[in-house]
Design a protein around this ligand. Structure first.
Ligand code: CP
Length: 305
């Protein structure tokens, strides 16, 4: 079986095979609502951290493929609150299910949990400040659906790049393409050096900024992120950076007409609600694409595509 733990597992050919299936899933959902490709199969959600999109889009994806879902998404009402270990918890859920989807606050937790499951695939739905591979897959799918291609684009990441696992995965995945990447953040929240080194090793040019004004005009994809309150040990430093970058209609007057604004969501205050009606705002379609990509991934991992 094949677990999905990191974007580094994917080649460009595999990505494009996945995206082809995701496009078919989108058409079939629009035509029929649901399929029976995974009838009789069970997916287990094991979430130690809050989630709306990832948990519910995986559940919706499995149900639209004809499968069913069991969940341990509330640590307080599960035996985790009695001290059960991560590996015992995932072993338990895997004994009831064909595939496990895990979110956990520790980087490396998904890999550790997968090692405890010799027979059941596990999908990393976010491991602390580590990776969020399925978010990066749906992000690249979004760029291709909205702009037609990834090659030749300038992608600008903005916000808490130090703690944001989404941007760690996406920068690495974009390095499979001919792109240029800008990083805009307060110095204290800059992209970790190991991500910069991985991306540089693929020959991708990267530039770091503290001021979005310095690179918004050349940007094709503006990727906003949330300040990760839950990752700050000191609440004062969270408050200091809280309003560092906020996208408003006024800021967008300096951007290309063809630029797209993305955000993994949830947003706190990084994108003013007035931006939602701008045709360049794609973040709500981005979350819808997530379900099709996750349908494709489930079908492929469970051998039905
Ligand atoms: N983008 C994302 O991972 O959202 P959730 O935390 O709501 O799953």
């Amino acid at each position: 079986h094949q677990s999905v733990l990191s974007v580094s597992q994917f080649t460009r050919t595999e990505l494009h095979a996945l995206f082809g299936v995701a496009q078919e899933m989108r058409q079939m959902v629009n035509r029929m609502g649901m399929l029976d490709l995974l009838r009789g199969r069970v997916l287990a959600l094991v979430f130690y951290e809050p989630s709306t999109r990832t948990a519910c889009s995986f559940a919706a994806a499995m149900q639209r493929l004809g499968g069913t879902v069991i969940q341990m998404t509330d640590v307080q009402t599960s035996s985790v609150s009695k001290g059960e270990s991560l590996t015992d918890t995932v072993r338990t859920m895997a004994s009831y299910a064909d595939i496990v989807v895990l979110r956990h606050p520790e980087a490396g937790a998904a890999e550790r949990a997968a090692r405890a499951l010799p027979k059941t695939p596990l999908i990393n739905a976010g491991d602390g400040t580590g990776e969020h591979p399925t978010q990066a897959l749906l992000d690249v799918f979004t760029i291709r659906e909205e702009l037609g291609t990834v090659n030749g684009l300038v992608i600008t990441f903005v916000g808490d790049l130090r703690h944001g696992r989404t941007v760690h995965s996406l920068a690495r995945l974009l390095a499979l393409y001919q792109v240029r990447i800008n990083y805009v953040s307060p110095r204290e929240l800059s992209m970790p050096s190991e991500v910069l080194e991985d991306v540089a090793s693929r020959g991708v040019e990267q530039r770091e900024y503290t001021n979005l004004d310095d690179c918004i005009a050349e940007t094709d994809v503006l990727y906003m992120t949330r300040l990760q309150r839950e990752r700050f040990a000191d609440p004062n430093s969270y408050e200091r950076f809280h309003s560092s970058y906020v996208i408003t209609p006024r800021i967008l007057t300096r951007a290309k007409d063809t630029m797209i604004v993305m955000h993994p969501l949830p947003r706190v205050n990084e994108i003013a609600p007035e931006v939602d009606s701008d045709p360049r705002a794609v973040y709500f379609r981005q979350m819808e694409y997530g379900m099709y990509v996750r349908m494709a991934l489930l079908a492929m991992v469970l051998g039905r595509s």
